[in-house]
Design a protein around this ligand. Structure first.
Ligand code: NAP
Length: 272
């Protein structure tokens, strides 16, 4: 299965589905998930300093026999590493762990007050040095992006935020589209909890697909990059098997009504 790509504002391309790697902290489990993902057709892996698995990713991709250019690797500067020097030092460590001399995408993990400005400057320099092909942010709301606009020499091409059927964030989505910032949908399955919303259940029956596949297809049709996490090979396969059906206008209208502004991850809403 070849996953389609999206062209970013900087001209680079990004595979539209990634394997999410949060909470994937056990080496054996990591390797099983990585191998299943490669076999299924994933080439994009969403890691972070905070996930504690950059080392596993570096070791496993090296063993995979794939060329570096075939993979799309993301990492993120952890909140405790914000600050100009700390970001640069720990990013160098990330490259070592990942066994590469560049990442495809480097993100600021969260809009940490005050420190995020100098940290962005470090990220801009890393980008200018060619060690991060694309740069972006995560968990940025409109106010954080407006603030960034005032001092950024390079604007982010990605904003990775919590986005799913139950947290649709329409104002942020419109803002990012207007500013040519591609959205990455994290926790697209709303953590895989409950999975009993009657509208989603009904659409799964209608299309002969799973609950998870309806949730992911909704993201895909909004042109988001989607980051489902699983350590279960069957689910990893199932989560990219979403290109053989489409939601129709009625489906989209029914799903639009399921927005509950339900945040299940950390919230940046009140961060100044
Ligand atoms: P998620 O992808 O919404 O849900 C993951 C959960 O759903 C896991 O428990 C998984 O179980 C289960 N699952 C996966 N596929 C399934 C399927 N087909 N059917 C039923 N259950 C399924 O949650 P997430 O990990 O919070 O988010 C995904 C990724 O987004 C993360 O891994 C990370 O890369 C990124 N993220 C970023 C941030 C940020 O601040 N930037 C925050 C959160 C997440 P098993 O693993 O047991 O199969």
């Amino acid at each position: 299965m070849k996953i389609p790509s999206i062209t970013l504002a900087d001209g680079n391309t990004i595979p539209q589905i990634a394997l999410g790697l949060w909470k994937n902290k056990d080496a054996a489990e990591f390797n099983t998930a990585f191998d299943a993902a490669i076999k299924a057709g994933y080439r994009h892996f969403d890691s972070a300093q905070a996930y504690g698995n950059e080392q596993f990713l570096g070791e496993r991709w090296k063993q995979s026999g794939l060329q570096r250019e075939e993979l799309f690797i993301t990492t993120k500067i952890a909140v405790q590493h914000f600050g100009y020097h700390s970001a640069k030092r720990t990013f160098a460590e990330s490259l070592e762990k990942l066994q590469t001399d560049y990442v495809d995408l480097l993100l600021l993990h969260f809009p940490v007050p005050v420190l995020r400005k100098r940290t962005w400057q470090a990220v801009e320099e890393i980008h200018a040095a060619g060690q991060a092909r694309s740069i972006g942010v995560s968990n940025y709301m409109i106010n954080h992006l407006e603030g960034l606009k005032k001092y950024a020499k390079t604007m982010p091409v990605i904003n990775q935020v919590e986005l799913h059927v139950f947290l649709q964030q329409p104002e942020l989505v419109t803002y990012c589209r207007d500013h040519n910032i591609t959205l990455e949908a994290y926790s697209p399955l709303a953590h895989g909890k409950a999975m009993d919303n009657p509208v989603v259940v009904g659409l799964a029956e209608k299309h002969g697909k799973s609950y998870a596949q309806i949730m992911l297809r909704w993201c895909l049709e909004q042109d988001f990059v989607v980051l489902p996490k699983s350590v279960t090979p069957k689910r990893i396969q199932q989560n990219i098997d979403i290109f053989d059906f489409k939601l129709d206008a009625d489906d989209r209208a029914a799903l639009a009504k399921q927005d509950q502004n339900l945040r299940i991850c950390w919230s940046p809403v009140h961060v100044p």
